[in-house]
Design a protein around this ligand. Sequence first.
Ligand code: XMP
Length: 403
Amino acid sequence: MTLLETFDPKAFVEAEIKEIRKSLGNEKALVAVSGGVDSTTCAVLTHKAIGENLVCAILDDAFMREGEPERVADALSKPPLSVPTKVINVRELFLQAMKGLRDAEEKRKVFRETFYKVLGETAKKEGCKVLVQGTIRADVVETVGGVKTQHNVLEQMGINPMERYGFKVVEPLVSLFKEQVRMVARHLGLPSEVSERQPFPGPGLSVRVVGEIRRDKLETLKKGTAIVERGFVQHKSSQCFTVIIDNEEVEQPSGTAHIRETVARLLNVPSRNVHVKIFRDKATGVEGGKRRYGEIVGVKVQTMNRGIHQVTVQNLVSLQAKIIAERPVVTRVFYVVRDLAEKKPYVVGVRSVETRDFLTAKVSEIPWTTLDKVAEEIIKECPDVSTVYYDVTPKPPATIEME
Ligand code: XMP
């Protein structure tokens, strides 16, 4: 029998409610919710255990999607969940803290530090000595294993939360896998928009802004994200989203000529119709279970009448494999769906993957009509974007997120 077949969400909930009551007694506790399945399930479960002693908050950290903090607070506060939830606006604080950072791990660490500082202050104000959080098993495994620093992993990394932030941490879901959390969510009666929701990273859109975070860049990313989520809805991907990159290439790149020849050969097109870019900023990938930074390559192939040469996703994935086999410093291959002749400050990447465990993932075979329609809308709505790409790299060698 598999792990999921033997898992009994009802028994889990009953045991955890007892456990939470035992460890919290009459203490007040704070829970921070992002709207994702883990933190929402954690909040509802803890609310069942300690009722009014739970203070539920959403940190509006500037990296949630358009309208999301209000939407999540509303859904939680209303029946059937009825967990009163407040939104705390800390956008400026986060934007200031993240300003100027370019390295993915550094951004993650600064995000974590700011997140817990704010939570520490909120806990103090609310008279809470305990923070309840929805950390799950994968968060701990990936952080300890060196894949990436999850924003919610502290004690397992040797950080003492009481000493550093003034609260004790309780993690009711830490033994569970994502699918088990979804089973608990269904059992607790969470709406399907929550229990079946695509994962959304704790550091939010910050891991989808490649390179430096700027306000205008983040705003454009939010617009693009809404367009892709709407435009891809009928394809039911495991996860789909938008990323944004500064439209800057490495100076004097070596190897683009070689990639051009490879693309021309594999797609059977003249090499003068192939254009290759290597972006200045890098993206994460995985190799042998460890995170690594690598190049992002943008490929454009034109038809004879200067349109975009449309290739099936399957063929683009094969092309990607060949490019990375020949140039292993690459972690991403992007293929142009639409672009403008005029150079604008940003390019956008659209990512859509199919996966069950999120440890490996396939590129979704989205039809060109959808890709093209979404790309056209992004170009129209985002005046600072000149190219829209489709990310044709599976995990591995890429990660699902860019950072
Ligand atoms: P990667 O990018 O590592 O992502 O292939 C695997 C899955 O994890 C999500 N993800 C995160 N979730 N905090 C989270 O709560 C994070 O820091 C984080 N980073 C990635 C990602 O969206 C994907 O579903």
